[in-house]
Design a protein. Structure first.
Length: 121
């Protein structure tokens, strides 16, 4: 048990390449506690000119205000570079959060990854 506080936690975010797009799938809620990891990961992809990003939220039970702020920031950054972040697989809670904040009208939201991929020109 010694040293367990300093051990690096394994990432709960998976990335897979689908054609020219990257599917980023957080395996937990997007909150102030873990947004930095997603931000660093997406910014790393953007720095490699990967601007077609699908955020698969099927395993994301909740998004807090910091998570929403991060999504807006990433949306703007990708849009400015000619890309887009597309959000798929929202559960009822996360969809309601986007509806109540009216962010559902800002983001590109799709039912599943296939629909998100088809939406790219």
């Amino acid at each position: 048990m010694a040293g367990s506080d300093t051990e690096k936690q394994e990432s709960k975010i998976s990335i897979k390449k689908v054609g020219v797009s990257r599917v980023v799938a957080p395996g937990e809620s997007l909150t102030y506690q873990n947004c930095k990891e997603l931000e660093d990961l997406v910014k790393g992809l953007v720095s490699q000119n990967q601007t077609r990003i699908i955020l698969d939220c099927k395993n994301t039970p909740f998004i807090d205000s910091k998570g929403l702020e991060l999504l807006l920031q990433l949306h703007t950054e990708l849009k400015n570079r000619g890309g887009a972040i597309k959000i798929t697989g929202l559960n009822a809670v996360c969809r309601d959060i986007l509806l109540s904040t009216r962010l559902i009208n800002v983001f590109f939201v799709y039912e599943d990854i296939a629909e998100g991929l088809r939406s790219y020109p």
